[in-house]
Write a protein that binds this ligand. Structure first.
Ligand code: ATP
Ligand code: MG
Length: 286
């Protein structure tokens, strides 16, 4: 049994109006413990709609979502319980901070779970440390922090609930490269420490090549591919066709391959390309 099993999900906006949008069509996939899934696709391909259904924020028109074998719609007393297990960090979550202090903001979720004050304090400390927030920052108003720091507070607030599935909708949008790497490495650390599954919605193929185990590629509401990162990136032409861009290093590898060098096409990080070029050189091919 998979941790998360999504079967035949369908969602339509504006049903019965002239503005009907079939946002998600018959989408099925499953996620195992400890996996990091990159959810990618052109703008409007249905990514946010899918993650909102996974967290019970909107109800699918058709299809079922099983968490640990339990139907999230019918097998939980309250939708709140689903959200403690399947945590969703919205896009630009920093706009939703509202408490007087960072500490209180992070404590909001665990407090809602009805945990003891000791347990809440411990979870806040764990989550804050994990995302790199200092004790001094915990006492501040969230509004006195930088954009990147606010983003980390919002992520910590979901992590403090220790979800078994952590979902983040474009967690690195609008951050500089250093901020992006920081957030992605902390998310990975959460997975490593807890064995949770993670789903990251992203526009950056480069970031997902570095972070994800598998990629779920959406195209106009349908699943185009769901496979290991290296297998997905080996279909470069198709990815470009559906409006996605592959990492620069992949393009270089493909070009070298086309020109007759013994370099595999499914290269997607700088270090892999370096290794391939070195071994190609050793073989007398370069
Ligand atoms: N609240 C809404 N009302 C009507 N249509 C919507 C609504 N939200 C999304 N849509 C439409 O549904 C489709 C899927 O949107 P969704 O937000 O899931 O895409 P996305 O892949 O997350 O896009 P992006 O990369 O731009 O965030 C799009 O055509 C979008 O215009
Ligand atoms: Mg979106």
């Amino acid at each position: 049994m998979s941790l998360l099993e999504v079967k035949n999900l369908t969602y339509t906006y504006g049903q019965g109006t002239p503005f009907v949008t079939h946002a998600v069509n018959d989408v099925s996939f499953s996620v195992e413990n400890g996996e990091i899934i990159g959810l990618i696709g052109h703008t409007g391909s249905g990514k946010s709609t899918i993650v909102q259904m996974l967290n019970g924020l909107i109800e699918p028109e058709n299809g079922t979502i099983l968490f640990d074998g339990r139907n999230i719609k019918t097998d939980f007393k309250k939708i709140k319980e689903v959200r403690f297990n399947i945590g969703l960090v919205f896009q630009y979550p920093e706009y939703q901070l509202f408490e007087e202090t960072v500490e209180k903001d992070i404590a909001y979720g665990p407090t809602n779970m009805g945990l003891s004050s000791d347990e809440i304090a411990e979870r806040v400390k764990y989550a804050a440390e994990l995302v790199g927030l200092t004790d001094e920052m915990l006492k501040k108003s969230p509004f006195d922090l930088s954009g990147g720091e606010k983003r980390r507070v919002a992520i910590a607030g979901i992590i403090a609930m220790r979800p078994k599935v952590l979902i983040l909708d474009e967690p690195t949008a609008g951050l500089d490269p250093k901020g992006r790497d920081m957030i992605l490495s902390r998310i990975k650390e959460y997975r490593n420490e807890t064995g949770a599954a993670v789903i990251i919605v992203s526009h950056s193929m480069e970031d997902m090549a570095k972070t994800a185990d598998k990629l779920l590629v959406m195209n106009r509401g349908n699943i185009e591919m769901f496979d290991k990162v290296s297998n997905v990136f080996s279909n470069v032409e198709r990815l470009v066709d559906i409006g996605l861009d592959v990492p620069h290093v992949t393009k270089i590898a493909i070009e070298l391959n086309k020109r007759g060098f013994d370099i595999p096409k499914n290269i997607f990080t700088v270090s892999d390309l370096k290794e391939a070029i070195i071994s190609c050189k050793k073989g007398g091919n370069l």
